[in-house]
Design a protein around this ligand. Structure first.
Ligand code: AMP
Ligand code: ZN
Length: 115
Protein backbone atom coordinates (compact mmCIF):
# COMPACT_ATOMS: atom_id res chain seq x y z
CA UNK A 1 0.00 0.00 0.00
CA UNK A 2 1.13 3.53 -0.84
CA UNK A 3 -0.05 5.76 2.05
CA UNK A 4 -0.28 8.75 -0.31
CA UNK A 5 -2.50 6.95 -2.84
CA UNK A 6 -6.24 7.66 -2.73
CA UNK A 7 -7.13 4.31 -4.31
CA UNK A 8 -4.96 2.41 -1.78
CA UNK A 9 -6.87 4.25 0.95
CA UNK A 10 -10.20 3.26 -0.60
CA UNK A 11 -9.08 -0.37 -0.86
CA UNK A 12 -7.96 -0.29 2.79
CA UNK A 13 -11.33 1.16 3.84
CA UNK A 14 -9.67 4.36 5.02
CA UNK A 15 -11.38 6.60 2.46
CA UNK A 16 -15.09 6.52 1.57
CA UNK A 17 -16.33 5.03 -1.69
CA UNK A 18 -19.24 3.06 -3.07
CA UNK A 19 -17.77 -0.38 -3.61
CA UNK A 20 -19.77 -2.47 -6.08
CA UNK A 21 -17.52 -5.55 -6.27
CA UNK A 22 -14.47 -6.96 -4.54
CA UNK A 23 -12.46 -10.15 -4.49
CA UNK A 24 -8.93 -11.17 -3.54
CA UNK A 25 -7.40 -9.43 -6.55
CA UNK A 26 -9.51 -6.37 -7.37
CA UNK A 27 -11.92 -3.82 -5.94
CA UNK A 28 -14.50 -1.95 -8.07
CA UNK A 29 -16.18 1.28 -6.97
CA UNK A 30 -18.20 4.11 -8.47
CA UNK A 31 -16.26 7.01 -9.97
CA UNK A 32 -16.75 10.09 -7.79
CA UNK A 33 -17.24 12.28 -10.89
CA UNK A 34 -19.18 10.02 -13.26
CA UNK A 35 -18.66 10.76 -16.95
CA UNK A 36 -21.57 8.51 -17.97
CA UNK A 37 -24.65 6.98 -16.30
CA UNK A 38 -22.52 3.92 -15.53
CA UNK A 39 -18.96 4.79 -14.51
CA UNK A 40 -17.15 2.17 -12.45
CA UNK A 41 -13.42 1.88 -11.72
CA UNK A 42 -11.93 -1.61 -11.54
CA UNK A 43 -8.75 -1.41 -9.48
CA UNK A 44 -6.15 -4.02 -8.52
CA UNK A 45 -5.55 -4.32 -4.78
CA UNK A 46 -1.83 -4.16 -5.55
CA UNK A 47 -0.44 -0.63 -5.98
CA UNK A 48 0.70 -0.59 -9.61
CA UNK A 49 1.12 3.07 -10.68
CA UNK A 50 0.35 2.68 -14.37
CA UNK A 51 0.45 0.43 -17.41
CA UNK A 52 4.12 1.41 -17.72
CA UNK A 53 4.80 -0.57 -14.56
CA UNK A 54 3.32 -3.86 -15.76
CA UNK A 55 5.40 -6.99 -16.00
CA UNK A 56 4.60 -10.46 -17.23
CA UNK A 57 3.63 -11.36 -13.67
CA UNK A 58 0.61 -9.06 -13.99
CA UNK A 59 -0.89 -10.67 -17.08
CA UNK A 60 -3.42 -12.83 -15.22
CA UNK A 61 -4.42 -9.85 -13.07
CA UNK A 62 -5.08 -7.70 -16.16
CA UNK A 63 -7.17 -10.45 -17.68
CA UNK A 64 -9.13 -10.72 -14.44
CA UNK A 65 -9.80 -6.96 -14.44
CA UNK A 66 -11.43 -7.29 -17.88
CA UNK A 67 -13.47 -10.31 -16.84
CA UNK A 68 -14.75 -8.38 -13.81
CA UNK A 69 -15.55 -5.42 -16.10
CA UNK A 70 -17.62 -7.68 -18.34
CA UNK A 71 -19.55 -9.03 -15.37
CA UNK A 72 -20.20 -5.51 -14.03
CA UNK A 73 -21.38 -4.44 -17.48
CA UNK A 74 -23.96 -7.24 -17.36
CA UNK A 75 -25.03 -6.42 -13.80
CA UNK A 76 -25.39 -2.71 -14.64
CA UNK A 77 -27.48 -3.36 -17.74
CA UNK A 78 -25.07 -2.10 -20.39
CA UNK A 79 -23.68 -5.35 -21.80
CA UNK A 80 -26.01 -5.23 -24.80
CA UNK A 81 -26.31 -1.45 -25.24
CA UNK A 82 -22.54 -1.16 -25.17
CA UNK A 83 -19.78 0.25 -23.04
CA UNK A 84 -16.23 1.51 -23.22
CA UNK A 85 -13.25 0.23 -21.21
CA UNK A 86 -10.42 2.72 -20.80
CA UNK A 87 -7.04 2.75 -19.08
CA UNK A 88 -5.35 6.15 -19.17
CA UNK A 89 -1.57 6.12 -18.98
CA UNK A 90 0.60 9.17 -18.47
CA UNK A 91 0.20 12.91 -18.98
CA UNK A 92 -1.06 12.98 -22.58
CA UNK A 93 -3.83 10.55 -21.60
CA UNK A 94 -4.54 12.77 -18.57
CA UNK A 95 -4.01 10.02 -16.04
CA UNK A 96 -4.84 11.69 -12.73
CA UNK A 97 -4.58 8.84 -10.22
CA UNK A 98 -1.37 6.83 -10.35
CA UNK A 99 -2.85 3.55 -9.19
CA UNK A 100 -3.81 1.43 -12.18
CA UNK A 101 -7.54 1.44 -12.88
CA UNK A 102 -9.87 0.33 -15.65
CA UNK A 103 -12.78 2.69 -16.38
CA UNK A 104 -16.10 1.05 -17.30
CA UNK A 105 -18.27 3.65 -19.03
CA UNK A 106 -21.78 3.00 -20.33
CA UNK A 107 -25.41 4.00 -20.34
CA UNK A 108 -25.13 6.51 -23.17
CA UNK A 109 -23.69 6.56 -26.67
CA UNK A 110 -19.96 7.24 -26.46
CA UNK A 111 -18.36 10.03 -28.45
CA UNK A 112 -16.39 9.12 -31.53
CA UNK A 113 -13.69 9.57 -32.76
CA UNK A 114 -12.01 8.91 -29.45
CA UNK A 115 -9.59 11.29 -27.83
P1 AMP B 1 -7.68 8.87 -14.61
O1 AMP B 1 -7.72 10.18 -15.30
O2 AMP B 1 -7.78 7.70 -15.55
O3 AMP B 1 -6.49 8.77 -13.65
O4 AMP B 1 -9.02 8.81 -13.77
C1 AMP B 1 -9.09 8.94 -12.37
C2 AMP B 1 -10.54 8.82 -12.00
O5 AMP B 1 -10.63 8.65 -10.60
C3 AMP B 1 -11.38 10.06 -12.35
O6 AMP B 1 -12.45 9.67 -13.21
C4 AMP B 1 -11.86 10.57 -10.99
O7 AMP B 1 -13.17 11.08 -11.04
C5 AMP B 1 -11.78 9.31 -10.14
N1 AMP B 1 -11.58 9.54 -8.72
C6 AMP B 1 -10.67 10.32 -8.13
N2 AMP B 1 -10.78 10.27 -6.79
C7 AMP B 1 -11.79 9.41 -6.53
C8 AMP B 1 -12.40 8.92 -5.34
N3 AMP B 1 -11.98 9.31 -4.14
N4 AMP B 1 -13.40 8.03 -5.44
C9 AMP B 1 -13.84 7.63 -6.65
N5 AMP B 1 -13.30 8.05 -7.82
C10 AMP B 1 -12.30 8.92 -7.76
ZN1 ZN C 1 -2.40 2.83 -4.69
Amino acid sequence: MDPNCIFCKIIAGESPSTIVYHDEQVVAFLDIHPAAPVHILIVPRQHIPSINHLTGDHEALLGHMYTVAKQLAIENGVAESGYRLIINSGPDARQAVFHLHLHLLGGREMRYPMG
